[in-house]
Ligand binder design. Sequence first.
Ligand code: HEC
Ligand code: HEC
Ligand code: HEC
Ligand code: HEC
Ligand code: HEC
Ligand code: HEC
Ligand code: HEC
Ligand code: HEC
Ligand code: HEC
Ligand code: HEC
Length: 473
Amino acid sequence: MNYFKRPTPLKRAKLWLSLALPLVALIWIAAHFAMHDSRVYSSGRLSNPHAVFETQCAACHVEKAGAYSAKAENSACLACHDGPIHHAEQTRMPNCAECHVEHRGKINLSAASNQSCAQCHSELRTNGGAAHFSANISSLENGHPEFRAAATNHDPGTIKLNHKLHMQPIRSAPGGPSVQLECFDCHRPPGVTKPWIYADGKYLGITASYTDKDQFLTASSSSLKARNPATGRELMAPVKFATACAGCHLLTFDKRFDDGVPHDKPEVVHTFLMKKFGAYIATHSNELHEMQDPSRDLSGKLLQPRMRTLSAPQWVAEKVAVAEELLSHKTCAQCHQMTKQNLPDTSIARWSPANVAAGTVTSIANLAAGGNSAGMIGAVAPANITLRWLPHSRFDHDAHTGFTCVSCHAKALTSTESSELLIPGIATCRTCHAPGPNHAESRCFECHTYHDWSQRKEVKPAFRLPALHTGGE
Ligand code: HEC
Ligand code: HEC
Ligand code: HEC
Ligand code: HEC
Ligand code: HEC
Ligand code: HEC
Ligand code: HEC
Ligand code: HEC
Ligand code: HEC
Ligand code: HEC
């Protein structure tokens, strides 16, 4: 009846195994203990940036009264690098480990879950009373508001540009061949250096008297500052006349000269014109005596040829007034919003019969003596080009180079007024940034900074890599 107690080869093997395996495990642990390697207690591999601390548990699990803390201490993290606060108005300080999850292998340490942000943002409260931002955001799909720029749907810029017209085949010069412009011909990130096709060398590299600062709005000062320095490829540089328009839109002002006026403030243009015509008449004094081309009156009768003689200052004043009238009414006003200026009567220069009388010369003399040093071109409105439309998030054109411009800016092909907004709204982002495979990342960290890196403190880590301890300094 005891046959089942008799050892069989199989049973013997089982017995030995049950004794041997724990023994092997004990020896393995003892060996690691002897070598001060604590990885055996660990719940998983550390992330790449921390992999060098794999054997240094105490770097994060601070040793207190001989025992290691089960939690990673914030103070331990902060001893090696700063993690500045998020917002002065936040009601509590979450632990670092709530968002930066460790022991999950080689994952992106900054890939905080939606929940780690939604713990506050799904019911946002602040120290200072009501929140300034949408208060019920759980995820990009759930509760995230439309972007402020898209909700406002207005571009405050004053440079007139008909995108639709310029995106169709268009003449590159009066009477010149038609060309197909590309977005890239006018819009580039500052970090890209390639020659501009529609630039005009005469305007490149010239410092204008107006300042860049008041041309465009910059980022809101209250937005979180990213940690990494900008690459110069995230956002597009403001469009410049010299690089993007001058090749086709000439600022010519008089048939005597091939070159155009400087692209600058009206007073600079005025000074330029005064000088230019002044130098010209000094060497062409014969032009002070003008004879009108023979012409006919309304009945077809040939008129007597008429003559007049001007002094050099009168001649210059007249020509400058005519040129400024053209620039102000046509050339500059094509692209700019300008304040209306009461222009002097330049009909004198057109030989209108009423003005050919003796009084004419006096009126030109008045013009010359008038001391209108600022000239007659109306003041040009500040360009107000917006450089950053979404200051409370990150955006990077460079991360989207695989997509055509119009996949996000479809309206750029149909817009005829500058006041129309071409920046995409949240619906466009959601077509690609969505949960699940085959989609781009949609958790908050992809588009937002968490730490306010402008508050960053430099930390001098006391820690040295184990390998360096043997260095014997
Ligand atoms: C770079 C910092 C860091 C180092 C180094 C580190 N850990 Fe952790 N560990 C963490 C964080 C963060 C947690 C999450 C705990 C929390 O919620 O505070 C954690 C949690 C744990 C847990 C609890 C189980 C879990 O997954 O939540 C154990 C066990 C653990 N660590 C063991 C170790 C051992 C053993 C070592 C050394 C081999 C080690 N850790 C090294 C950061 C670290
Ligand atoms: C012993 C020093 C040390 C400790 C302790 C430490 N770190 Fe780090 N940490 C580093 C080093 C070194 C890097 C890699 C270089 C860098 O990015 O500054 C790094 C990188 C990081 C990064 C950037 C990861 C990336 O994708 O580039 C995060 C986030 C981070 N640590 C969070 C933490 C948190 C949270 C803790 C506490 C649980 C912690 N660290 C504890 C030294 C440390
Ligand atoms: C609510 C979530 C959250 C908490 C809490 C948090 N972080 Fe972060 N941390 C992030 C996110 C998201 C990023 C990436 C975006 C950024 O740079 O702000 C980040 C970035 C970092 C980086 C830089 C990573 C890089 O890109 O190089 C460091 C270092 C860091 N955190 C350390 C800490 C430390 C230390 C603490 C605790 C004092 C902490 N964090 C608390 C979410 C969090
Ligand atoms: C501890 C609570 C808390 C957590 C966690 C938190 N936030 Fe906030 N967040 C706030 C508060 C408070 C404000 C400021 C609200 C105000 O001024 O009205 C804020 C403001 C913001 C803003 C507004 C824009 C700006 O530039 O200032 C953004 C974007 C934001 N948080 C993103 C995040 C992201 C992304 C995470 C997760 C990585 C996160 N927050 C986690 C409390 C939190
Ligand atoms: C695909 C990118 C993307 C993702 C993912 C995303 N956001 Fe946003 N978020 C934006 C943009 C763009 C804005 C507009 C910023 C602006 O108007 O300056 C914005 C605005 C905000 C604002 C300010 C809202 C306001 O009232 O103006 C908060 C707060 C915010 N996001 C929090 C979050 C949180 C929390 C998550 C994750 C649950 C998240 N976002 C995920 C892109 C994103
Ligand atoms: C083909 C379009 C075009 C024409 C024509 C044009 N401009 Fe401009 N102008 C621009 C653009 C684009 C800018 C924006 C920034 C830049 O180029 O510096 C600008 C900017 C300016 C500014 C600076 C505005 C600010 O933000 O303070 C002044 C001043 C100016 N132009 C004067 C003139 C004058 C005077 C004329 C006529 C002689 C003229 N422009 C003709 C396109 C034009
Ligand atoms: C390839 C040559 C070319 C370039 C480059 C170019 N334009 Fe033009 N633009 C034209 C031509 C040609 C017309 C006249 C079309 C017509 O009237 O049919 C025109 C017309 C315009 C008009 C009048 C549009 C209307 O609706 O009547 C404005 C304003 C204008 N351009 C602004 C600009 C600005 C600002 C730039 C630089 C950012 C620029 N253009 C660059 C060729 C160009
Ligand atoms: C994935 C969507 C997407 C694509 C593709 C894209 N853009 Fe944008 N673009 C945006 C967003 C979002 C903004 C607003 C960013 C900001 O200012 O915060 C923007 C802003 C701009 C601006 C205004 C200035 C600025 O940078 O804020 C210009 C000009 C522009 N884009 C031109 C282009 C051109 C040219 C291309 C093709 C080379 C292009 N975009 C491709 C989404 C896109
Ligand atoms: C001839 C030069 C020119 C070309 C070509 C051009 N743009 Fe523009 N773009 C401008 C000028 C000038 C402005 C500033 C006036 C304004 O705000 O509309 C501007 C403004 C913008 C803005 C930001 C302002 C807003 O209202 O949203 C976006 C985005 C933009 N362009 C996208 C595009 C895209 C995409 C293409 C190609 C399909 C393109 N542009 C082609 C000259 C050009
Ligand atoms: C046509 C698809 C597509 C659209 C539309 C799109 N994205 Fe993306 N986006 C991507 C891809 C692909 C990446 C890079 C891969 C990744 O991070 O998952 C990316 C990356 C990003 C990044 C990370 C950049 C970095 O430095 O790592 C941000 C921020 C971002 N997108 C914001 C936006 C915003 C805001 C919008 C809407 C205005 C938008 N995207 C629309 C496909 C898209």
